[in-house]
Design a protein around this ligand. Structure first.
Ligand SMILES: Nc1ncnc2c1ncn2[C@@H]1O[C@H](COP(=O)(O)OP(=O)(O)OP(=O)(O)O)[C@@H](O)[C@H]1O
Ligand SMILES: [Mg+2]
Length: 125
């Protein structure tokens, strides 16, 4: 499953990823992958890869860095700044767009595939 999280610097993308991991029961530290490009979380039932492509320059690096193999049937890939990796990335199942709104955040969530739609159907708001 592939989740894109878009929004300006400071829109709350990493905070949302942290909340998702907490919701999945991960209690360790969740740091921004700004410098490492990716952080791996091994949860009981899945691998979650948290990417941040803000510093990414050339989409061709994606293959060279071996990141493409992280996108597989057994993983959830949450991607900040997907626009920077552009055509190099598999398409999103779920696309999230975040905006600063006063002291809070507006969040739009779009299902882009059947898998994404099934996921959103189960979110309780
Ligand atoms: N829903 C929210 N409500 C209020 N403040 C928030 C919310 N989400 C994040 N913030 C605050 O906004 C700041 C930036 O958050 P965060 O690092 O998650 O942004 P980001 O979108 O990941 O930025 P970047 O593009 O630099 O990676 C932090 O100080 C965080 O505490
Ligand atoms: Mg971030």
């Amino acid at each position: 499953m592939v989740i894109y999280v878009s929004g300006d610097l400071g829109a709350g993308k990493t905070t949302l990823a942290r909340g998702l991991l907490r919701g999945l029961g991960y209690t360790g530290r969740v740091k921004s992958p700004t410098f490492t490009l990716v952080e791996l979380y091994k949860l009981s039932r899945l691998y979650l890869y948290h990417f941040d492509f803000y510093r990414f320059k050339d989409p061709r690096e994606l293959g060279e860095a071996g990141f493409r193999e992280y996108f597989n049937r057994d993983s959830v890939c949450l991607v900040e700044w997907p626009e920077r990796a552009a055509a190099g990335l598999p398409p999103a199942d779920v696309r999230i767009v975040m905006r600063v709104a006063g002291s809070g955040r507006d969040v739009e969530i779009f299902a882009e595939t059947e898998v994404g739609r099934r996921c959103l159907d189960r979110i309780e708001l």
